[in-house]
Design a protein around this ligand. Sequence first.
Ligand code: HEC
Ligand code: HEC
Length: 415
Amino acid sequence: MATLLVVASLSLTGCGKKSESSAPGTSAKGQSSTEAGEVKPIDRKMLGAFGKLPAHFDSKTNPPTPAKLDLGHMLYFDARLSRSGTISCNSCHGLSTFGVDGKATSVGHAGDKGDRNAPTVFNAAGQFRQFWDGRMADVEAQAKGPVLNPIEHGLKDAAEVEQLLAAIPGYVVQFQRAFPGENSITFDNFAKAVGAFERKLVTPAPWDRFLGGDDGALSDEQKKGARLFVETGCISCHNGPLLGGQTYQKLGKVKPWPRPADEGRKKETNKAADLHHFKVPTLRNIAKTGPYFHDGQTTDLGEAVRLMARHQLGRELTASQTSLLVSFLGSLTGEPPQQWTAKPTLPPNPVTPPPAAATRVDAGSPAADKAGAAKLGDAGGVVPTVPPAPAGPGSAPEPKPPANDKVPATKPSSP
Ligand code: HEC
Ligand code: HEC
């Protein structure tokens, strides 16, 4: 880390010419084109602080198996694991929308707003810690959080999660396969399955092809932007294969951040020194994961880049510098793995004793309500292959079903 900082400060002093732009607000218009003209494409010698994305982020303590991955895939999409039966991981981290919900801050199972932006789950497993303030060690530990978070999935405790799962026969079988032995349905195993699944959510991008030696993978603009990323000093914090996810840093390091409401790590550690420290987020897929910052304060990537330069580095960027940096960031948009982003078939609800010929599982039984039963079709409209009577909205005599379908329609997983 020390070497990186040295590299960065060298490069800062190394381009003294640009310090003229450090007087805020004076960014001369004439300067933009000259500046743009001056920027050269990145030299391969400058690539040392970056790194190619690995194929996956497998863990030694939670090795992947096909059964575990399939299970994690289902759990990720299953809205029955929420108080209202409408929220799954995919509601806030839509895998067809680059792992985010596109909202400034997320909305939970009861429509309540949280106070932080949902970061992407793509490549998240490769970070040194999880959450904006790094309060969780890894994706396995993290996966337990949202399910019991009162604003997110809103379940009461681990036992409730286990009961919900044990009531769905398909999960009993699937947990046995993934975790052979006694007592396979546990909250720990739930977290392991989801974590193992998340470790596969890796998005190789043009930038990786460039790092691998393919000069044609990036446009000229992107190569210039990559040089600016190094020379401006972004690299001092956003480095490694993820361009982030490796350290905590103070937000507003050089100049106080304009929106200081969230105390960041201090909330966790209670140490004054941690005030406004946040995990440096990954910049992988950043062009697709706005709104930006922990509170989602802007949807404009150029604005986010300017704010970073000003508050983290004490520099004012010209319009052309900003646009080159934004072009470079576009080369970090990768390809989500189709195998895992598609909606899986979820195990159907247990068929409860049919009170009448046409049966719905949500016919008022408290157990069914609790389980969010008869909500097979939500969390992304998953239709089971085994055709259980209660699944289709059309199969019910009651006029209730549309209510179930409204929620997913507004969710990010739909487009
Ligand atoms: C209601 C919306 C919501 C739901 C549902 C939700 N999350 Fe999140 N998720 C968030 C928010 C908001 C954060 C950031 C919170 C923070 O940092 O304090 C987050 C953070 C994360 C992170 C950390 C990423 C990083 O870069 O640090 C991971 C991983 C994650 N969620 C996975 C999941 C999984 C797995 C599920 C399902 C079990 C899930 N989330 C359900 C909103 C949600
Ligand atoms: C001193 C460390 C530091 C430097 C230097 C730095 N950043 Fe950041 N960056 C951070 C931190 C910390 C955050 C998280 C901010 C938050 O909590 O909202 C962040 C967030 C971001 C975000 C928003 C990410 C998201 O998911 O919302 C972008 C984009 C970004 N930085 C780009 C840059 C660029 C471009 C540069 C160079 C001009 C740069 N950063 C320089 C530490 C740094």
